[in-house]
Design a protein around this ligand. Structure first.
Ligand code: RUB
Length: 313
């Protein structure tokens, strides 16, 4: 359990950040735990798995990708009917591998599709750090496209600097701006691409705080706004009436030594309404946010089954 808590803390502190990296870290540590576990029975094994689920889920609230990943493993274990612990360990190992393979395939497909939208001379604006977005841009660069990227610094934790470094390392012309300069530059931008932490059943997107403001500015300037994301960021709980919670982080991230009495709020994410989203670039192609439920149901039916079974009925 020690390693699980350690990974959960790294996720909390943003040492592991971005929905995809968080999901991968959760799957990997779960697999390590299974390989090292000393439990003797199926009941104990499932009992421990459920405790791990709670620890990981509590690390960051707005991470359905990680929750879907962990649920996938638990679903495989529970539905296996195996009693022997060594067999259950094999199931965890096999299903983690399947999940990670699925993820890397989607990453390739998304990058391939997204990179086709990049034209020579394109100016692209992005916000925060999304590994899916930077991978897609790197792919476009590898194809020989000549374009440039404007990235926001992303207050208060400056994830935009990670993006800027990665893009520069890939040889992409990159400009960093403060978040509040987005409107100043929007008329020079051909399209905006951002990642996602969560996709709701209505086709809205939850991503780094400030994303919805950028979407508004893009709409005003008639600049297409794309979201680049795996479908597994879909949050099934939103389909059954609950809201995806928005994580609120420590105020000290905004101001370490503020004057006494000052109220500081620090939400990590916000919701961008589907009406502002030109398209979702995902492993099924470029889709309309309106079709999200059908598409997720077709590709990952277990997301709904497992959620329904464990939480609704
Ligand atoms: C990161 C963020 C990213 C998404 C998508 O926020 O908002 O855009 O997580 O990333 P934080 P990816 O830094 O608070 O985790 O495409 O890598 O899943």
């Amino acid at each position: 359990m020690y390693k699980i808590v350690e990974v959960a803390n790294k996720i909390k502190r943003l040492e592991i950040q971005g929905a995809r990296n968080i999901a991968i870290a959760a799957i990997k540590v779960l697999n390590e735990w299974a390989e090292e576990t000393k439990v003797k029975t199926r009941e104990e094994f499932i009992g421990e798995l459920l405790k791990i689920k709670e620890i990981l889920f509590a690390s960051r609230e707005t991470e359905p990708f990680m929750r879907n990943a962990v649920r996938w493993i638990i679903h495989k274990v529970k539905s296996s009917g195996e009693d022997k612990v060594e067999e259950l360990v094999k199931i965890v190992s096999m299903s983690s591998k399947q999940f990670l393979d699925m993820l890397s395939k989607s990453k390739e497909i998304i990058a391939e599709i997204g990179s086709r939208r990049v034209r020579d001379g394109s100016v692209i604006l992005t916000h925060c750090h999304s590994s899916t977005v930077t991978y897609m841009l790197r792919k476009a660069k590898e194809k020989g496209k000549k374009f440039e990227v404007i990235c926001t610094e992303t207050r208060p934790r400056f994830q935009g600097r990670i993006t800027a470094r990665e893009l520069l390392e890939a040889g992409i012309k990159t400009t960093l701006i403060v978040d509040s300069a987005v409107r100043f530059f929007m008329n020079d931008v051909d399209f905006v691409i951002v990642g996602a932490d969560a996709i709701t059943s209505e086709g809205n997107i939850i991503n780094k705080i400030g994303t919805s403001m950028i979407a508004l500015v893009a709409a005003e300037a008639r600049t297409p706004f794309y979201v680049v994301t795996e479908l597994l960021k879909f949050s099934p709980l939103t389909m059954y009436g609950d809201y995806e919670k928005i994580e609120e982080r420590d105020p000290s991230e905004v101001w370490e030594n503020p004057p006494e009495g000052l109220i500081i709020r620090n939400p990590a994410f916000d919701v961008t309404r589907r009406d502002f989203i030109h398209g979702i670039i995902c492993e099924e192609g470029i889709i309309s946010p309106h079709s999200i439920i059908e598409v997720v149901k077709r590709r990952y039916p277990w997301v709904f089954m497992e959620y329904q079974a464990s939480n609704i009925i």
